[in-house]
Design a protein around this ligand. Structure first.
Ligand SMILES: [Zn+2]
Ligand SMILES: [Zn+2]
Length: 281
């Protein structure tokens, strides 16, 4: 079955997110486990979590992906921020598991002025520390980035190297974001490009590690390294690229979550309609 959804707000409680997702026709979703731009964390409400779990069953929203807090930087040069990031990554992991979500999606981080190898080691060490302090039950997914200045994790060989540096045997997967990838130099505008993308993922990390696609068109040019998500088919990737990706045997059955702009009330409805129209039966 084809699983598709959006990043959904948890405002009001986790259980509200399930209803929002269901109303949009989602069969999967991504959420934050807390305010993504602050360090403070509210304790989880037991009744809300129970209702969240119950509604997920009823509405068949499955799997659920949690995205880590944006302040977390697992490659930070600053010792205090690095330590805080590991600690807060564990908080996100614990909350992911407490609500019964299956996956935790994280960016790798950034450290301007440092070499790629240094950052790769730094991220692997952060994940090793986190996984030692809290053995994961939810699966950690590393998300590719657009390659903005100082970022790491915009190429599959970098993601493969981070994974190779892990000591824990818990499975770690990847989340492929189409906007980030396009901005970082992975074209998907034609069938041939999508074939090449699949081959590249398979070579560097293994296709079996891909557990989620972030389906976003890109407002900026190919290879621009600028991360600006846009409506499906209306950006620089375009409809044909998404048609090729959505129907490709390597990607067809992988859950897909849109993180497209929500400026107008109907934006999500429009994007959902477009994606469904591109899928071949
Ligand atoms: Zn992300
Ligand atoms: Zn993303």
């Amino acid at each position: 079955m084809f699983r598709i959804g959006f990043h959904i707000s948890i405002s009001g409680g986790f259980s509200f997110a399930v209803e929002r997702a269901f109303e949009l026709g989602c069969t999967t979703m991504q959420i934050f486990s807390r305010n993504p731009r602050g360090w403070t964390v509210k304790p989880l409400n037991k009744d809300d979590i129970a209702e969240f779990k119950r509604l997920r069953e009823v509405r068949d929203v499955n799997p659920v992906f949690v995205h880590t807090n944006y302040l977390i930087n697992l490659a930070s040069k600053r010792p205090d921020l690095y330590e805080k990031s590991i600690e807060q990554f564990i908080v996100d992991l614990e909350r992911t598991e407490a609500i019964g979500a299956e996956y935790l999606v994280t960016h790798l981080g950034s450290a301007s002025g440092q070499g790629g190898e240094w950052m790769i080691d730094r991220v692997s060490s952060a994940l090793n520390m986190a996984m030692k302090l809290h053995k994961p039950k939810a699966m950690i997914l590393l998300e590719n980035t657009a390659g903005e200045k100082g970022n790491i994790g915009y190429r599959f060989d970098q993601m493969g190297a981070v994974i190779a540096g892990l000591n824990d045997n818990s499975p770690v997967g990847i989340c492929y974001d189409t906007c980030h990838g396009f901005a970082a130099g992975y074209d998907i505008r034609t069938q041939k490009h999508v074939d090449a993308l699949a081959a590249s993922i398979d070579k560097e990390v293994g296709l079996d590690r891909v557990k989620l696609l972030h389906l976003n068109d890109c407002l900026r040019d190919f290879g621009s390294n600028v991360d600006r998500h846009w409506h499906i088919g209306k950006g620089k990737i375009g409809l044909e690229g998404f048609r090729a990706l959505l129907n490709h045997p390597a990607f067809r059955d992988i859950p897909k979550v849109m993180e497209t702009p929500k400026k107008e009330e109907d934006d999500d409805v429009m994007n959902m309609k477009i994606v469904k129209s591109l899928m071949k039966e």
